[in-house]
Design a binder for this molecule. Structure first.
Ligand SMILES: [Zn+2]
Length: 371
């Protein structure tokens, strides 16, 4: 019996196979999804879009929205599209936001090019640990002034859970007494990461993982990816369109995954000394260690499936032969134990346990395979 719940794990782990920043996805999307057609132009997420369109149709736009869902699922993209619609002047009545962005009016084009004066993007600076109070104060001063071109001042706070306590409390004041024409759009992987006082003042828009067939079809039709490659990327994307697009745009991402996996498949056959050397090498960089562990987790989850004769459900579709061979030797119990051991190591790293020690313990847990 398969006891490991993949969907639950994905939600919990914010899967990030090879560390990539969440700021990148939006630009990839915008670069590849620019069209002159009217519409939201988003793959999937119909439920979330319908909800926003109903709000627009009823002319009941709230002051704050919270977009939630796993990393690289398209939260920033949806927030940008909503902002674009709120600022679009291409509708029947240019004074009212249409139900869909027209993508052709000056306002839509400015949003697409990132230079609309009434759309403000706030995110953690790459060299900082948090979104800082100064950034929220700047938001407050911008929100107090009159709009320059549009009907509204729209603010997108990407990764709002990265606000430190001071910044979050400062934002709370804006949420409690919002300026009439201000709309705040927050994105977070999980609503539980925000203060309850903030949560109670935002309208939540939940976004969910797409199916692999949705992703595969989109890759083939919109990005003209060959069928075989689209199948592989769609499987690895594990429901996250943003990751899939990035894998199409950045060839190194898949090449590095392949190299990492090939090294991983050899691990059960090497000596403990060699394993410890590898543990030491990985543990020097915390982000890299986490990325490698996530890849391993995906691999061992596939091993559980392969050991249970469910090879067709495995994600690493290009490695099924070797999965089948190794699973026959490892067996279900050992594969499940490894999944638990990797999850335990990831938790230990989250709690700042010494990375090298944690990885060395994991290396000892790895079953030996004689091929
Ligand atoms: Zn427009």
């Amino acid at each position: 019996m398969i006891t490991f719940c993949y969907a639950k794990w994905l939600k919990k782990s914010n899967l990030n196979i090879l560390a990539i920043t969440h700021h990148f996805c939006y630009h990839v999307f915008m670069a590849t999804q620019q069209t002159t057609q009217s519409g939201w132009n988003i793959v999937g997420h119909e439920h979330a879009i319908d909800r926003l369109r109903r709000t627009l149709a009823a002319r009941q736009v709230r002051h704050a929205y919270l977009f939630t869902g796993p990393e690289h699922i398209g939260k920033s993209l949806l927030a940008h599209r909503f902002a674009q619609t709120l600022l679009c002047t291409g509708g029947a009545d240019p004074r009212v936001a249409p139900l869909d962005p027209c993508n052709t009016c000056l306002s839509c084009r400015k949003v697409a090019h990132g230079n609309h004066p009434d759309l403000h993007i706030i995110s953690r600076a790459p060299d900082k640990q948090f979104i800082l109070i100064e950034q929220v104060r700047a938001l407050q001063s911008d929100s107090a002034r009159k709009t320059l071109e549009g009907r509204r001042n729209v603010f997108i706070i990407q990764g709002a859970h990265e606000m430190n306590v001071q910044a979050a409390n400062c934002l709370l004041k804006t949420l409690e007494e919002p300026e009439p024409d201000v709309v705040l759009l927050l994105t977070v992987p999980d609503s539980g990461l925000l203060l309850p006082t903030i949560l109670s003042r935002v309208q939540q828009v939940s976004m969910h993982l797409l199916t692999s067939s949705q992703i595969k079809t989109a890759l083939e039709q919109r990005w003209e990816v060959e069928s075989e490659e689209a199948t592989l990327i769609a499987a690895l994307a594990a429901g996250r369109m943003g990751w899939a697009v990035q894998a199409v745009e950045d060839e190194d991402l898949l090449a590095e995954r392949k190299a990492q996996l090939e090294a991983l498949t050899k691990l059960p056959m090497v000596s403990k000394v060699q394993r410890f050397e590898i543990a030491q090498r990985i543990s020097t960089d915390a982000d890299k260690a986490r990325a490698v562990l996530e890849l391993w987790l995906l691999w061992w989850r596939d091993m559980v499936l392969a050991a249970n004769k469910c090879l067709d459900l495995t994600v690493n579709v290009d490695m099924r032969n070797i999965l089948k061979q190794q699973a026959a030797k490892v067996g279900t119990t050992e594969a499940e134990r490894m999944v638990r051991a990797i999850l335990g190591t990831m938790e230990a790293l989250d709690q700042n346990v010494n990375a090298r020690t944690a990885l060395e313990v994991l290396m000892l847990d790895l079953p030996a395979i004689k091929m």
